[in-house]
Ligand binder design. Sequence first.
Ligand code: ADP
Ligand code: ASP
Ligand code: MG
Length: 447
Amino acid sequence: MIVCKFGGTSVQDAAAIRRLGDIVAARAAERPLIVVSALARVTDGLLQLTRHVALGDLGAVDVGLAQLVERHRTVAAQLPGAAKAMDQILDDAAILLDELTAALGRALTAREADALVAHGELWSSRLVAAALAGRRLPAEWVDARDVVVTDGRHGRAVPQRDEIAARAAGRLLPLLDAARIPVTQGFIGATGDRVPTTLGRGGSDFTAALLGAALRAERVEIWTDVDGLMTADPRIVPEARVLPAATYDEAAELATFGAKVLHPATQLPLVKERIPIVILNSARPDGAGTTITAESPMWSEERPVRSISFKRGITVVNIRAPRMLGAFGFLRAIFEVFERHETAVDVLASGEVSVSLTIEDTSRLEPIIEDLAALGEVWTEPHRAIVAVVGVGIRHTPGLAARIFAAVPPANVDVISQGASAINMTFVVHEGDGPDVVRRLHRAFFP
Ligand code: ADP
Ligand code: ASP
Ligand code: MG
């Protein structure tokens, strides 16, 4: 079997869902499992409702929800058979409106917010399943909350792989064996007690990988709006090129440092069984895309870099120890602070007297600074960006740092770090300088 995941733009309107139908039809003999994201921008729209609720603005909640429903209705009306999906969508929306009305004037809990945003994927999957059935493909809607079991960390739930494998075998395999085409939701899951959860933004890729691993797929296809993994984000570097191949490690590093095309955890469930990920453009389905596997595709000393990524919204936290003596205990104490506040550190660099770390999530920054102040002098630098230069050739290529840092000026570099795997060089610049730095690096490495 194979998994075909379609991102938001690949289901954004009737034309996109028609193309999805063509892609699925062409793969029917390979026993596809379909995983879909919400229609483009719908997750943002649902999150926007939480703000209207908190402000007690019933009018805005009402209008916002009605617009979201209308988008689905417009799509449904243009696809044979898809109108059937609207009954469920309208019922859900009515219940949702009651729930949101009851919560007016307060912040939704993380648990409530998860139940709310889950509707994006629940609705898109209803539309897609109905549209596939409408063109006589044997599609069957499956509730991912029956399969994707997670812990209860709302907004960034951790999947329980063994339980998912058991449930996928029980719920999805019989359908595939009966030549049915299951259509399920990315991004969402539920706890063992069936409380809805989500895997974090962009999490549909991760769902596809989890299910692909559980069912030992031949490959996991990620259908999106670009031709594959590229040498840089084409929105920043228009001349970026498609990579025919990359390794799991390269893809993971690029995703961690801003390449939104893949969720950073996507490769995790697939490495052990060596299941390839193929990134493809749903608007140009005949392209070869990018195949991501364990094997390192060709690289050369002239071309040690595979791709350059860039992540905005980074804050640097610096800690200067009174004395760097007992450095090990000092680092451990620092990490304990970040762990206690459940805040992930992306890049770490330590100098002789100070340590610099980068974080993205600043929701716990104040208590973190308070705790760190017990260890030394602390100062922060907001509005930074991480630039990551990634490639398996990096570890074998001397003199690369010089080539990289020749391309950075006139921008300033704050923190420099080479990952433990040595397939990346990452550094921090001012957010506003980031795009230019990426373009200069791209010119230097992909002339
Ligand atoms: P989907 O909705 O299909 O999941 P995303 O918006 O999450 O799609 O990811 C696709 C986007 O990722 C592209 O439109 C592109 O702008 C961005 N992107 C960032 N870095 C890269 C890269 N190195 N290669 C390809 N796309 C990238
Ligand atoms: N719809 C979710 C999001 O916008 C998940 C995804 O698209 O992968 O983050
Ligand atoms: Mg995505």
